[in-house]
Ligand binder design. Sequence first.
Ligand SMILES: NC(=O)c1ccc[n+]([C@@H]2O[C@H](COP(=O)([O-])OP(=O)(O)OC[C@H]3O[C@@H](n4cnc5c(N)ncnc54)[C@H](OP(=O)(O)O)[C@@H]3O)[C@@H](O)[C@H]2O)c1
Length: 355
Amino acid sequence: MATVADAVALFVAHGSRRPSDTRTSIPLALLSPRMDSVQLGSTGTRVSEIAFGTWRFGRTDDTGTQEIGRERALELLDAYADAGGQYIDTADMYGNGLAEEWIGEWLETRDRDQFVIASKVYWPTRNDPNGRGLGRKHLRWSLDAICDRLGTDYVDVLYTHRWDDDTPAAEVMRTLDGFVDDGRVHYLGSSTFDPNAWRVAKANELARREGYEPFTVAQPRYNLVDREIVGNYLDMCDHYDLAVCPWSPLAGGFLTGKYDRESAVPAETRAAGDDEFADRYFTEKNFQLLDVVRDVAAELDTTPVAVSLAWLRRQGSVPIIGARTTDQLEENLDAATVSLSDDQFERLTTAGSEE
Ligand SMILES: NC(=O)c1ccc[n+]([C@@H]2O[C@H](COP(=O)([O-])OP(=O)(O)OC[C@H]3O[C@@H](n4cnc5c(N)ncnc54)[C@H](OP(=O)(O)O)[C@@H]3O)[C@@H](O)[C@H]2O)c1
Protein backbone atom coordinates (compact mmCIF):
# COMPACT_ATOMS: atom_id res chain seq x y z
CA MET A 1 0.00 0.00 0.00
CA ALA A 2 1.25 3.50 -0.86
CA THR A 3 2.29 5.67 2.06
CA VAL A 4 1.94 9.39 2.63
CA ALA A 5 5.66 9.70 1.86
CA ASP A 6 5.03 8.01 -1.52
CA ALA A 7 2.24 10.42 -2.17
CA VAL A 8 4.31 13.47 -1.31
CA ALA A 9 7.17 12.19 -3.49
CA LEU A 10 4.77 11.71 -6.38
CA PHE A 11 3.37 15.19 -5.89
CA VAL A 12 6.82 16.77 -5.80
CA ALA A 13 7.70 14.89 -9.00
CA HIS A 14 4.61 16.04 -10.88
CA GLY A 15 3.87 19.37 -9.26
CA SER A 16 0.59 21.24 -9.13
CA ARG A 17 -1.36 22.39 -12.19
CA ARG A 18 -1.35 26.00 -11.02
CA PRO A 19 2.10 27.55 -10.69
CA SER A 20 0.76 30.05 -8.16
CA ASP A 21 -0.61 27.31 -5.91
CA THR A 22 1.83 26.92 -3.04
CA ARG A 23 -0.28 24.48 -1.01
CA THR A 24 0.86 20.91 -0.75
CA SER A 25 -1.67 18.78 -2.57
CA ILE A 26 -1.43 15.03 -2.15
CA PRO A 27 -2.90 12.64 -4.73
CA LEU A 28 -6.09 11.51 -3.06
CA ALA A 29 -6.10 7.93 -4.21
CA LEU A 30 -2.80 7.27 -2.46
CA LEU A 31 -4.22 8.47 0.83
CA SER A 32 -7.49 6.68 0.52
CA PRO A 33 -7.91 3.41 2.31
CA ARG A 34 -11.70 3.92 2.39
CA MET A 35 -12.68 4.14 -1.24
CA ASP A 36 -11.38 2.30 -4.26
CA SER A 37 -11.59 3.59 -7.78
CA VAL A 38 -13.30 1.75 -10.61
CA GLN A 39 -13.20 2.12 -14.38
CA LEU A 40 -15.91 4.45 -15.68
CA GLY A 41 -17.58 1.99 -18.03
CA SER A 42 -15.62 1.55 -21.26
CA THR A 43 -13.76 4.86 -20.83
CA GLY A 44 -10.11 5.15 -19.87
CA THR A 45 -10.91 7.12 -16.72
CA ARG A 46 -11.18 5.82 -13.18
CA VAL A 47 -13.65 7.20 -10.66
CA SER A 48 -14.37 6.66 -6.98
CA GLU A 49 -16.73 3.76 -6.45
CA ILE A 50 -19.18 6.20 -4.82
CA ALA A 51 -19.78 9.60 -6.42
CA PHE A 52 -20.90 12.68 -4.51
CA GLY A 53 -23.88 14.65 -5.84
CA THR A 54 -24.50 18.35 -5.25
CA TRP A 55 -28.15 18.70 -6.26
CA ARG A 56 -29.22 20.19 -2.94
CA PHE A 57 -26.42 22.81 -2.78
CA GLY A 58 -28.08 26.23 -2.68
CA ARG A 59 -31.50 24.69 -3.28
CA THR A 60 -34.64 26.00 -1.59
CA ASP A 61 -37.18 23.34 -0.55
CA ASP A 62 -40.98 23.60 -0.59
CA THR A 63 -41.00 25.25 2.87
CA GLY A 64 -38.65 28.01 1.66
CA THR A 65 -35.59 26.69 3.55
CA GLN A 66 -32.19 26.53 1.84
CA GLU A 67 -31.20 22.86 2.15
CA ILE A 68 -27.40 23.16 1.95
CA GLY A 69 -25.73 26.56 2.31
CA ARG A 70 -22.25 27.54 1.15
CA GLU A 71 -20.40 26.71 4.36
CA ARG A 72 -21.98 23.26 4.67
CA ALA A 73 -21.35 22.61 0.98
CA LEU A 74 -17.63 23.29 1.39
CA GLU A 75 -17.54 21.03 4.49
CA LEU A 76 -19.25 18.20 2.59
CA LEU A 77 -16.81 18.48 -0.31
CA ASP A 78 -13.90 18.44 2.13
CA ALA A 79 -15.27 15.37 3.91
CA TYR A 80 -15.83 13.52 0.63
CA ALA A 81 -12.36 14.33 -0.70
CA ASP A 82 -10.72 13.56 2.64
CA ALA A 83 -12.28 10.10 2.47
CA GLY A 84 -10.61 9.62 -0.92
CA GLY A 85 -13.59 10.61 -3.09
CA GLN A 86 -12.81 12.25 -6.44
CA TYR A 87 -16.01 11.87 -8.53
CA ILE A 88 -18.26 14.91 -8.14
CA ASP A 89 -21.62 15.28 -9.84
CA THR A 90 -23.27 18.64 -10.48
CA ALA A 91 -25.43 20.47 -13.03
CA ASP A 92 -25.73 24.01 -14.30
CA MET A 93 -29.19 24.38 -12.76
CA TYR A 94 -28.35 23.11 -9.24
CA GLY A 95 -29.02 26.03 -6.93
CA ASN A 96 -29.32 28.18 -10.09
CA GLY A 97 -25.57 27.92 -10.61
CA LEU A 98 -24.58 28.15 -6.92
CA ALA A 99 -23.55 24.49 -6.76
CA GLU A 100 -20.99 24.95 -9.55
CA GLU A 101 -19.83 28.26 -8.10
CA TRP A 102 -19.18 26.69 -4.70
CA ILE A 103 -17.44 23.68 -6.24
CA GLY A 104 -15.30 26.15 -8.21
CA GLU A 105 -14.45 28.07 -5.05
CA TRP A 106 -13.57 24.83 -3.30
CA LEU A 107 -11.44 23.60 -6.21
CA GLU A 108 -9.21 26.66 -5.78
CA THR A 109 -7.92 24.97 -2.63
CA ARG A 110 -7.35 21.63 -4.39
CA ASP A 111 -5.71 20.28 -7.51
CA ARG A 112 -8.54 20.23 -10.02
CA ASP A 113 -6.90 17.46 -12.06
CA GLN A 114 -7.33 15.02 -9.20
CA PHE A 115 -11.12 15.22 -9.56
CA VAL A 116 -13.52 13.86 -12.11
CA ILE A 117 -16.25 16.48 -12.45
CA ALA A 118 -19.51 15.82 -14.21
CA SER A 119 -22.05 18.51 -15.07
CA LYS A 120 -25.27 18.69 -17.07
CA VAL A 121 -27.06 20.93 -19.53
CA TYR A 122 -30.65 21.21 -20.75
CA TRP A 123 -32.86 23.06 -18.25
CA PRO A 124 -33.52 26.79 -18.73
CA THR A 125 -30.58 28.97 -17.72
CA ARG A 126 -31.59 32.23 -19.39
CA ASN A 127 -34.84 34.02 -19.95
CA ASP A 128 -34.86 33.99 -23.76
CA PRO A 129 -36.13 31.52 -26.38
CA ASN A 130 -32.67 29.93 -26.79
CA GLY A 131 -31.88 29.88 -23.11
CA ARG A 132 -32.87 26.24 -22.70
CA GLY A 133 -32.58 22.81 -24.33
CA LEU A 134 -29.90 21.15 -26.41
CA GLY A 135 -29.75 23.46 -29.43
CA ARG A 136 -26.23 24.43 -30.50
CA LYS A 137 -26.57 28.00 -29.23
CA HIS A 138 -27.60 26.97 -25.73
CA LEU A 139 -25.12 24.08 -25.53
CA ARG A 140 -22.16 26.32 -26.42
CA TRP A 141 -23.23 29.13 -24.13
CA SER A 142 -23.90 26.65 -21.29
CA LEU A 143 -20.51 24.94 -21.50
CA ASP A 144 -18.78 28.34 -21.31
CA ALA A 145 -20.90 29.26 -18.28
CA ILE A 146 -20.22 25.91 -16.57
CA CYS A 147 -16.45 26.24 -17.01
CA ASP A 148 -16.59 29.84 -15.74
CA ARG A 149 -18.47 28.88 -12.59
CA LEU A 150 -16.27 25.85 -11.93
CA GLY A 151 -13.15 27.89 -12.69
CA THR A 152 -11.85 25.13 -14.90
CA ASP A 153 -10.91 24.65 -18.57
CA TYR A 154 -12.76 21.37 -18.97
CA VAL A 155 -15.39 19.07 -17.52
CA ASP A 156 -14.77 15.35 -17.38
CA VAL A 157 -18.32 14.28 -18.17
CA LEU A 158 -20.96 16.48 -19.78
CA TYR A 159 -24.49 15.07 -19.57
CA THR A 160 -27.57 16.01 -21.48
CA HIS A 161 -29.78 16.45 -18.40
CA ARG A 162 -32.91 15.47 -20.37
CA TRP A 163 -33.56 14.78 -24.03
CA ASP A 164 -34.74 17.70 -26.19
CA ASP A 165 -37.38 16.67 -28.72
CA ASP A 166 -37.19 20.03 -30.49
CA THR A 167 -33.53 19.71 -31.52
CA PRO A 168 -32.43 17.13 -34.11
CA ALA A 169 -30.21 14.40 -32.65
CA ALA A 170 -27.61 15.16 -35.36
CA GLU A 171 -27.26 18.77 -34.15
CA VAL A 172 -26.89 17.66 -30.52
CA MET A 173 -24.33 14.95 -31.23
CA ARG A 174 -22.27 17.05 -33.64
CA THR A 175 -22.11 19.95 -31.19
CA LEU A 176 -21.15 17.65 -28.30
CA ASP A 177 -18.56 15.95 -30.48
CA GLY A 178 -16.97 19.37 -31.10
CA PHE A 179 -16.60 19.87 -27.34
CA VAL A 180 -14.69 16.59 -27.08
CA ASP A 181 -12.51 17.56 -30.08
CA ASP A 182 -11.71 20.88 -28.40
CA GLY A 183 -10.66 19.07 -25.21
CA ARG A 184 -13.24 20.96 -23.16
CA VAL A 185 -15.23 17.79 -22.42
CA HIS A 186 -13.77 14.34 -21.96
CA TYR A 187 -16.87 12.13 -22.10
CA LEU A 188 -20.52 12.49 -23.00
CA GLY A 189 -23.30 11.32 -20.74
CA SER A 190 -27.04 10.96 -21.01
CA SER A 191 -29.09 11.58 -17.90
CA THR A 192 -32.67 10.48 -17.82
CA PHE A 193 -35.85 10.45 -15.86
CA ASP A 194 -37.91 8.31 -18.23
CA PRO A 195 -36.56 4.92 -19.23
CA ASN A 196 -36.71 5.62 -22.97
CA ALA A 197 -33.70 3.62 -24.05
CA TRP A 198 -34.35 4.22 -27.74
CA ARG A 199 -33.36 7.91 -27.51
CA VAL A 200 -29.83 7.06 -26.38
CA ALA A 201 -29.62 4.15 -28.84
CA LYS A 202 -30.64 6.45 -31.70
CA ALA A 203 -28.03 9.06 -30.71
CA ASN A 204 -25.28 6.48 -30.37
CA GLU A 205 -26.11 4.85 -33.71
CA LEU A 206 -26.00 8.28 -35.32
CA ALA A 207 -22.65 9.00 -33.64
CA ARG A 208 -21.24 5.71 -34.86
CA ARG A 209 -22.41 6.36 -38.43
CA GLU A 210 -21.01 9.90 -38.52
CA GLY A 211 -17.83 9.23 -36.55
CA TYR A 212 -18.92 11.43 -33.62
CA GLU A 213 -18.15 10.77 -29.98
CA PRO A 214 -20.99 8.61 -28.54
CA PHE A 215 -22.53 8.67 -25.07
CA THR A 216 -20.39 6.53 -22.77
CA VAL A 217 -22.06 7.31 -19.43
CA ALA A 218 -25.70 6.99 -18.37
CA GLN A 219 -27.27 8.61 -15.31
CA PRO A 220 -30.73 7.16 -14.66
CA ARG A 221 -32.77 7.14 -11.46
CA TYR A 222 -32.20 3.68 -10.02
CA ASN A 223 -32.46 2.27 -6.53
CA LEU A 224 -34.15 -0.63 -4.75
CA VAL A 225 -37.60 0.95 -4.99
CA ASP A 226 -37.32 2.89 -8.28
CA ARG A 227 -36.72 0.23 -10.90
CA GLU A 228 -38.22 1.67 -14.08
CA ILE A 229 -34.97 1.11 -15.96
CA VAL A 230 -34.75 -2.62 -15.32
CA GLY A 231 -35.02 -4.48 -18.60
CA ASN A 232 -35.00 -2.28 -21.67
CA TYR A 233 -32.88 0.64 -20.43
CA LEU A 234 -30.29 -1.41 -18.53
CA ASP A 235 -30.05 -3.80 -21.50
CA MET A 236 -29.31 -0.80 -23.72
CA CYS A 237 -26.57 0.37 -21.30
CA ASP A 238 -25.10 -3.10 -21.42
CA HIS A 239 -25.25 -3.22 -25.22
CA TYR A 240 -23.41 0.11 -25.63
CA ASP A 241 -21.06 -0.55 -22.69
CA LEU A 242 -22.27 2.58 -20.89
CA ALA A 243 -21.16 3.31 -17.35
CA VAL A 244 -24.29 3.41 -15.15
CA CYS A 245 -24.20 6.09 -12.45
CA PRO A 246 -27.58 5.96 -10.66
CA TRP A 247 -29.05 9.08 -9.08
CA SER A 248 -31.12 9.05 -5.88
CA PRO A 249 -29.56 5.70 -4.90
CA LEU A 250 -31.27 5.91 -1.49
CA ALA A 251 -34.61 7.01 -2.93
CA GLY A 252 -34.06 10.46 -1.49
CA GLY A 253 -33.55 9.02 2.01
CA PHE A 254 -36.45 6.51 2.08
CA LEU A 255 -33.98 3.60 2.00
CA THR A 256 -32.06 4.89 5.03
CA GLY A 257 -34.90 3.51 7.15
CA LYS A 258 -35.58 6.83 8.89
CA TYR A 259 -39.24 6.79 7.88
CA ASP A 260 -41.70 4.16 9.03
CA ARG A 261 -45.34 3.25 8.65
CA GLU A 262 -46.60 4.69 11.93
CA SER A 263 -44.42 7.62 13.00
CA ALA A 264 -44.79 11.21 11.88
CA VAL A 265 -42.30 12.42 9.29
CA PRO A 266 -39.21 13.75 11.13
CA ALA A 267 -38.53 17.49 10.79
CA GLU A 268 -35.70 18.68 8.52
CA THR A 269 -35.90 15.72 6.22
CA ARG A 270 -36.58 15.60 2.50
CA ALA A 271 -40.02 14.16 3.16
CA ALA A 272 -40.84 17.17 5.35
CA GLY A 273 -39.66 19.63 2.69
CA ASP A 274 -40.99 17.95 -0.46
CA ASP A 275 -44.76 17.87 -0.95
CA GLU A 276 -44.61 14.86 -3.30
CA PHE A 277 -42.23 12.64 -1.33
CA ALA A 278 -44.80 10.81 0.83
CA ASP A 279 -47.12 10.08 -2.10
CA ARG A 280 -44.25 8.68 -4.06
CA TYR A 281 -42.50 6.53 -1.48
CA PHE A 282 -44.78 5.81 1.49
CA THR A 283 -46.55 2.79 0.03
CA GLU A 284 -47.05 -0.60 1.68
CA LYS A 285 -45.06 -2.26 -1.13
CA ASN A 286 -42.05 0.00 -0.44
CA PHE A 287 -42.26 -0.51 3.33
CA GLN A 288 -42.29 -4.28 2.79
CA LEU A 289 -39.15 -3.96 0.69
CA LEU A 290 -37.60 -1.83 3.44
CA ASP A 291 -38.32 -4.65 5.92
CA VAL A 292 -36.17 -6.96 3.78
CA VAL A 293 -33.42 -4.30 3.57
CA ARG A 294 -33.47 -4.03 7.37
CA ASP A 295 -33.28 -7.84 7.75
CA VAL A 296 -30.24 -8.03 5.48
CA ALA A 297 -28.64 -5.08 7.31
CA ALA A 298 -29.11 -6.92 10.64
CA GLU A 299 -27.50 -10.08 9.20
CA LEU A 300 -24.46 -8.08 8.10
CA ASP A 301 -24.41 -5.92 11.23
CA THR A 302 -24.63 -2.83 9.07
CA THR A 303 -27.16 -0.18 8.03
CA PRO A 304 -29.97 -0.09 5.44
CA VAL A 305 -27.90 2.61 3.67
CA ALA A 306 -24.96 0.23 3.24
CA VAL A 307 -27.22 -2.57 1.99
CA SER A 308 -29.00 -0.32 -0.52
CA LEU A 309 -25.76 1.01 -1.96
CA ALA A 310 -24.16 -2.44 -1.98
CA TRP A 311 -27.10 -3.73 -4.07
CA LEU A 312 -26.34 -1.10 -6.73
CA ARG A 313 -22.56 -1.54 -6.59
CA ARG A 314 -22.95 -5.28 -6.97
CA GLN A 315 -24.46 -4.58 -10.42
CA GLY A 316 -21.34 -2.67 -11.45
CA SER A 317 -22.89 0.77 -11.13
CA VAL A 318 -21.40 3.86 -9.47
CA PRO A 319 -24.07 5.39 -7.19
CA ILE A 320 -24.21 9.17 -6.82
CA ILE A 321 -25.04 9.80 -3.19
CA GLY A 322 -26.54 12.96 -1.78
CA ALA A 323 -26.03 13.91 1.86
CA ARG A 324 -27.23 16.91 3.78
CA THR A 325 -24.74 16.59 6.64
CA THR A 326 -21.22 15.28 7.11
CA ASP A 327 -22.56 12.58 9.47
CA GLN A 328 -24.82 11.29 6.70
CA LEU A 329 -21.94 11.42 4.25
CA GLU A 330 -19.68 9.45 6.58
CA GLU A 331 -22.36 6.78 7.04
CA ASN A 332 -22.91 6.53 3.30
CA LEU A 333 -19.21 6.26 2.47
CA ASP A 334 -18.86 3.43 4.96
CA ALA A 335 -21.08 1.48 2.57
CA ALA A 336 -18.08 1.04 0.31
CA THR A 337 -16.87 -1.74 2.61
CA VAL A 338 -20.07 -3.84 2.55
CA SER A 339 -20.80 -6.63 0.11
CA LEU A 340 -23.81 -8.90 -0.20
CA SER A 341 -23.92 -12.68 -0.50
CA ASP A 342 -25.64 -14.16 -3.57
CA ASP A 343 -28.61 -15.09 -1.42
CA GLN A 344 -28.95 -11.59 0.06
CA PHE A 345 -28.70 -9.99 -3.38
CA GLU A 346 -31.42 -12.33 -4.71
CA ARG A 347 -33.74 -11.67 -1.78
CA LEU A 348 -33.45 -7.90 -2.24
CA THR A 349 -33.95 -8.16 -5.99
CA THR A 350 -36.97 -10.41 -5.63
CA ALA A 351 -38.54 -8.37 -2.84
CA GLY A 352 -38.66 -5.25 -5.00
CA SER A 353 -39.94 -7.06 -8.07
CA GLU A 354 -43.05 -8.54 -6.42
CA GLU A 355 -46.39 -6.94 -7.30
N1 LIG B 1 -29.72 13.43 -13.41
C1 LIG B 1 -30.75 13.80 -12.70
O1 LIG B 1 -31.80 14.16 -13.23
C2 LIG B 1 -30.64 13.78 -11.20
C3 LIG B 1 -31.80 13.90 -10.41
C4 LIG B 1 -31.63 13.85 -9.03
C5 LIG B 1 -30.37 13.69 -8.47
N2 LIG B 1 -29.27 13.61 -9.28
C6 LIG B 1 -27.90 13.45 -8.73
O2 LIG B 1 -27.89 12.42 -7.76
C7 LIG B 1 -27.43 12.93 -6.51
C8 LIG B 1 -28.07 12.19 -5.37
O3 LIG B 1 -29.48 12.32 -5.42
P1 LIG B 1 -30.29 12.31 -4.07
O4 LIG B 1 -29.88 13.45 -3.20
O5 LIG B 1 -31.72 12.16 -4.38
O6 LIG B 1 -29.71 10.95 -3.44
P2 LIG B 1 -30.13 10.01 -2.25
O7 LIG B 1 -28.85 9.51 -1.71
O8 LIG B 1 -31.14 9.04 -2.73
O9 LIG B 1 -30.87 10.96 -1.19
C9 LIG B 1 -30.13 11.85 -0.43
C10 LIG B 1 -30.95 12.34 0.75
O10 LIG B 1 -31.27 11.26 1.62
C11 LIG B 1 -31.08 11.64 2.97
N3 LIG B 1 -29.94 10.88 3.47
C12 LIG B 1 -28.83 10.50 2.79
N4 LIG B 1 -28.01 9.79 3.56
C13 LIG B 1 -28.60 9.70 4.77
C14 LIG B 1 -28.23 9.07 5.98
N5 LIG B 1 -27.09 8.40 6.09
N6 LIG B 1 -29.09 9.16 7.03
C15 LIG B 1 -30.26 9.82 6.92
N7 LIG B 1 -30.66 10.46 5.79
C16 LIG B 1 -29.83 10.39 4.72
C17 LIG B 1 -30.76 13.14 2.94
O11 LIG B 1 -31.98 13.87 2.96
P3 LIG B 1 -32.59 14.63 4.24
O12 LIG B 1 -31.58 14.72 5.32
O13 LIG B 1 -32.97 15.94 3.67
O14 LIG B 1 -33.79 13.80 4.61
C18 LIG B 1 -30.16 13.32 1.58
O15 LIG B 1 -30.26 14.62 1.07
C19 LIG B 1 -27.77 14.42 -6.59
O16 LIG B 1 -27.02 15.22 -5.69
C20 LIG B 1 -27.44 14.72 -8.03
O17 LIG B 1 -26.05 14.88 -8.18
C21 LIG B 1 -29.40 13.65 -10.63
